[in-house]
Write a protein that binds this ligand. Structure first.
Ligand SMILES: N[C@@H](CCC(=O)N[C@@H](CSS)C(=O)NCC(=O)O)C(=O)O
Length: 240
């Protein structure tokens, strides 16, 4: 039997993927990019499987939905929220490039995630790499055949290009890529696929910057309420 659990969940309104990871030996779990609208669904599974939720990780301050971290903290009092130390958001734990997040340390099969800072979509964007499983959770930095937009929240196309090429595309090509969104019905990719077929990232830097400058996307519908709420971990009041 596998000692680890990985489940991908989808939130329809913002097309967000949330990931639940658990070490089945110790029953410790963490969740990546939970959405407030679907916290009850996620909490039910955590409870049904008898998991102990230790951490709620956010890859960045999302602009299109409110994070479920704050609500999960109220449902699971042992759970601590995590975000980048340069994001400006409230959290229990602030991470920086190279930090490790661990669950299941008391057992024989811990899950260890390496935090890799990948600014460009926002300044605090962080990818989480699960080397033992051969996977990276890319948030909005790298999407399947796309990438995060760079037209608000300290977005910077030049920086994003550097982040993806130096911090993500240098991983082994078989590593799986799990993004925070998909708008086309895809669920997962690999480093090799994105290096070969991503229509933005296969271009030279100047052309990439030109593409990103001319995307002409509408602003996310929820941005005006999502960003202020996410600065407070998705809650109206400060974290207790
Ligand atoms: N229509 C959605 C917002 C879609 C969007 O802008 N997605 C972002 C990530 S969430 S800020 C993005 O970076 N997209 C890149 C792309 O190329 O689509 C809404 O109204 O919420």
């Amino acid at each position: 039997m596998s000692k680890h659990f990985l489940r991908q969940f989808f939130e329809l309104e913002s097309s967000t993927y949330t990931y639940l990871l658990a070490d089945l030996t110790t029953k410790e779990a963490l969740i990546i990019d939970p959405v407030v609208n679907t916290v009850e669904r996620d909490a039910k599974i955590i409870q049904q499987l008898g998991l102990q939720l230790r951490y709620a990780l956010n890859t960045h301050i999302h602009a299109d939905h409110i994070t479920g971290s704050g609500k999960l903290k109220t449902l699971f009092p042992g759970c601590q929220s995590i975000i980048s130390n340069v994001s400006g958001a409230k959290a229990d734990i602030y991470i920086k490039d190279g930090d490790l997040i661990k669950i299941g340390e008391s057992g024989k099969t811990p899950i260890i995630l390496e935090c890799r800072s990948t600014p460009g979509h926002t300044n605090g964007c962080t990818c989480f790499i699960w080397h033992d499983y051969g996977a990276i959770f890319t948030g909005d930095t790298l999407l399947i055949r796309g990438c995060g937009r760079t037209d608000f929240q300290q977005g910077n196309a030049d920086q994003l290009y550097t982040s993806i090429h130096t911090k993500i595309f240098t991983l082994p090509e078989y590593y799986k890529v799990y993004p925070a969104h998909d708008y086309t019905g895809q669920t997962c990719s690999t480093i090799l696929e994105e290096k070969k077929y991503n229509p933005r990232l296969t271009k030279l830097r100047e052309e990439f910057i030109d593409i990103m400058t001319n995307l002409k996307l509408c602003y996310p519908k929820q941005i005006d309420k999502a960003v202020p709420a996410n600065l407070l971990c998705g809650l109206q009041n400060d974290i207790e």
